[in-house]
Design a protein around this ligand. Sequence first.
Ligand SMILES: Cc1cc2nc3c(=O)[nH]c(=O)nc-3n(C[C@H](O)[C@H](O)[C@H](O)COP(=O)(O)O)c2cc1C
Length: 344
Amino acid sequence: MTDLSTRYLGLELRSPLVASSSPATSGVDRVRALADAGIGAVVLPSLFEEEVAREQLRDHALAEVTEDVHGEAASYFPAVPTAETGGVTRHLRLVEQCARAVDVPVVASLNGSTAAGWPRFARRLADAGAAAVELNVHVVPGDPATSGRDVEDRHVEVLEEVRAVVSVPVAVKLSPYFSATGEMAARLDRAGADGLVLFNRFLQPDVDPEAMTVTTGFALSTPAEARLARTWVAILRHRVRASLAATTGVEDAADVAAYLLAGADVVMTASALVRHGTGHVRVLLDGLEDWMRRHGLTSLEQVRGRLAVPATTDPQAHERAGYVAALEAARRTYGELGAAAGPP
Ligand SMILES: Cc1cc2nc3c(=O)[nH]c(=O)nc-3n(C[C@H](O)[C@H](O)[C@H](O)COP(=O)(O)O)c2cc1C
């Protein structure tokens, strides 16, 4: 009998598989189906700062128009969508309905790039029934005058502001592009992050040379993309207090097992659910149980972090040794560059 129960953000989860923010969690029926299939928790699609700002602007404009209008006269104005009836409210309703519909934690996600508005909406998401809030601080420092420290400080500020106003746990979803991911993680850990979600995956635009256009660059992930997140989960396992969620490149049960061995508390999946449907949850969980049975493992305690970088090891030396070993293996396989003989 294998026990898949685990803890994430201080919450009890029946399994370590979490549906991360994506269209797979975008409706009550989908969330219910995920819960029925055995998911440990769901993260709803993000509420975007732009959406909130748009509605605040509209509210402000409406307030100005109706400023001098009193009593009955105000009722002549047509109903205008406001923060109370627009996308934000629909989102809050989704949180409310999902939290009521399932008995697994429903995590709300906020995506933004400036410090404005986060605390207020984080609180509203928590009030709507979110068991936790995930902050996706999406800063792409396109302005060359923006320093790395500015970007890092923005993350800490947002976390501290939200932490101060909500009582539910708060996780931060990180970009893989910090120059010192370890220090960023440690700063967020000290600033009170209950969890770190590694990593956000950007939908990078591309250029189509035949059509001579810029394309949106949208594509679902592949398992090979998991290596970076796995490396950082393994390094951070014994170096931060916060829970660790791994996200990127989970396609089958082996990917889930590998993240747990590296040290993840939970493993998130989005692309695979979009690609295969909610039924894929069962495939991943059955596969994980089967893998545990084959290896004589009965609980996740025996799995988690077995292959993490030990607390006593210098992570830099560890990564450097891995890099050198990989190059040596490449040399053995392909020979020295410039050698007369080609690949075997
Ligand atoms: C279609 C799609 C929509 C997504 N929307 C969001 C979102 O609203 N907020 C967010 O934080 N992440 C979003 N993500 C990112 C996923 O939550 C996940 O972190 C990322 O895709 C890597 O995991 P995967 O390899 O399992 O897809 C989205 C991913 C996909 C594929």
